[in-house]
Design a protein around this ligand. Structure first.
Ligand SMILES: [Zn+2]
Length: 411
């Protein structure tokens, strides 16, 4: 039991404790007390609703497919240049030529063709040394073409001026290009045309078997279909660009032959040995087969070759040089971050060049061939319709017999 004496002692200790504190410490205690009492807890009036799945922002998915459209040779014969000339305005107008095929050319993420003329060197000329007005390239772009390859047997037709003016005109029009270069430094900087779209990074390289015995004038560079050159370029592209895939567009083969030659097959094998599994060809002025080798347990790498797309537009009227094909390739990725690309679809679309006389003047129209099989009344001359049908029949037989896993598509 606590005695009176012990109560007094406790009271004395308590008092002395408070008197020993500095004024500051006393204040701190006061302040502390005030702070605590100034923030009473007040519960929310209504409880927050739990998050619902709808309120979570969807994750932006990068598209996993990329469609590429490849077109054969854009030739520029004198008849085409004359047909484009407008005497009233004194200008060259090519837009009409592509008016009927434009929806097809625009129906891909990226459209790529081969321009087999030099641009802008006057006087304009057809075969054998081509030079077309810059408006030709402008119309090609208006038709939906994004990229033009420039390495072909006519690259050096107008020597240094032709090589350089072609590059400058394509640059000024905002058309992508590869195959010829002003000099080695330019080629080293951009050894490929790079397509970066939908999360894909594709490098396009372009080579020609030759330039009709006219060598490029230094310092110009034309990419020749030479194994050592290709190997060096591919190593550079892989080291500097690091693409998901390299696609080669090559100018090769015998003219007017329906089937590829030994050199084409060997060169395709060489590209494959470098890891380039997609090769698109042109130059023979006629169609040659398309082969999509799907992956198997023995050959896990799928490969694809189009030996020749034929003429897209030209004044070559001899069967079967009067038509060509566009080739549609759809690539697929498992995810946006993946470097592994698969071929989703590979199909071709037939085109035919119509040369009617309209109001006393020759015109050029690239037609979507299949659609015009049902428009017989469109043709003023029955023989033109018959000619188109002959081209289509031949192309379907050839592709039907020799193509592997590549079928025709229509509008
Ligand atoms: Zn050619």
């Amino acid at each position: 039991m606590m005695t009176l004496r012990s109560i007094k002692l406790v009271a004395l200790i308590v008092l002395s404790y408070f008197s020993c504190g500095t004024p500051k410490e006393s204040n701190a205690v006061k302040q502390k007390t005030q702070t605590v009492t100034a923030t009473p807890y007040t519960p929310p009036k209504e409880p927050l609703p739990p998050p619902t799945p709808k309120e979570v922002a969807p994750i932006e998915e990068t598209p996993k497919t990329l469609s590429l459209l490849f077109i054969g040779d854009f030739m520029g014969h004198m008849d085409q240049i004359n047909a484009a000339y407008n005497k009233t305005t004194k200008t060259y107008e090519y837009d009409a030529c592509f008016s009927k095929i434009k929806p097809i050319l625009s129906d891909a993420d990226v459209t790529i063709g081969n321009i087999e003329v030099t641009l802008g060197v006057k006087p304009y000329s057809g075969y054998p040394q081509f030079s077309s007005p810059p408006s030709y390239a402008a119309a090609i772009k208006n038709a939906g073409v994004d990229v033009l390859t420039t390495a072909n047997n006519h690259s050096c037709d107008k020597r240094k001026k032709g090589v350089e003016r072609t590059i400058k005109i394509l640059d000024s029009l905002g058309i992508g290009h590869t195959g010829t270069f002003i000099n080695t430094e330019e080629k080293t900087k951009n050894p490929a045309y790079v397509i970066e779209k939908n999360g894909f990074k594709i490098a396009m390289i372009n080579y020609t078997y030759g330039t009709n015995e006219i060598k490029p004038t230094p310092p110009n560079v034309v990419n020749y279909l030479d194994k050592a050159t290709i190997k060096k370029d591919v190593d550079l592209v892989n080291a500097t660009i690091k693409p998901d895939e390299i696609i080669a567009f090559v100018h090769w083969g015998y003219q007017y032959k329906d089937l590829p030659n030994k050199a084409q097959k060997e060169m395709f094998a060489y590209f494959k040995s470098l890891g380039i599994n997609i090769v698109i060809g042109a130059h023979p002025h006629v169609l040659q087969p398309m082969e999509w080798q799907k992956p198997t347990s023995e050959t896990p790498n799928e490969t694809l070759v189009v030996y020749s797309l034929g003429n897209f537009v030209s004044h070559q009227r001899t069967f079967p040089r009067d038509g060509g094909a566009v080739f549609k390739l759809t690539l697929e990725k498992d995810s946006a971050n993946s470097k592994k690309i698969k071929i989703k679809d590979a199909d071709y679309f037939l085109t035919w060049v119509h040369e009617p006389i309209v109001n006393g003047k020759k015109e050029y129209y690239v037609l979507p061939a299949d659609a015009y099989t049902k428009k017989r009344e469109y043709f003023n001359l029955e023989k033109d319709y018959a000619k188109m049908m002959r081209f289509i029949t031949h192309a379907r037989n050839l592709m039907g017999t020799h193509n592997k896993n590549v079928e025709e598509y229509t509008e």
